[in-house]
Design a binder for this molecule. Structure first.
Ligand SMILES: [Zn+2]
Length: 83
């Protein structure tokens, strides 16, 4: 299976999922950043929003409601390179 095959399968699942969702809710789902890289998404964010955005594979919970990025995982390292 190639990457294109995977993308085609994902697109088919999304189309079927959207049709099912629309049938029950009469609403359309939008994916405004689908297909964009993390770099492109970060670039599109207003600076004040970008400062607040983070992503982490293993967030640290100092309390049940307040997670913070670990600063060490692959995702944290990738975001450091973008900022
Ligand atoms: Zn992390």
């Amino acid at each position: 299976m190639t990457q294109t095959d995977d993308a085609d399968l994902d697109a088919g699942r999304i189309v079927r999922g959207n049709k099912t969702y629309a049938a029950f809710t009469n609403k359309e789902l939008l994916y405004p950043v689908r297909g964009l890289s993390k770099q492109e998404i970060v670039t599109l964010l207003p600076a004040e929003v970008a400062k607040l955005a983070w992503s982490c594979r293993r967030p640290v919970y100092h309390s049940p409601e307040v997670p913070t990025p670990c600063g060490r995982c692959k995702t944290c390292e990738a975001l450091k390179l973008l900022n």
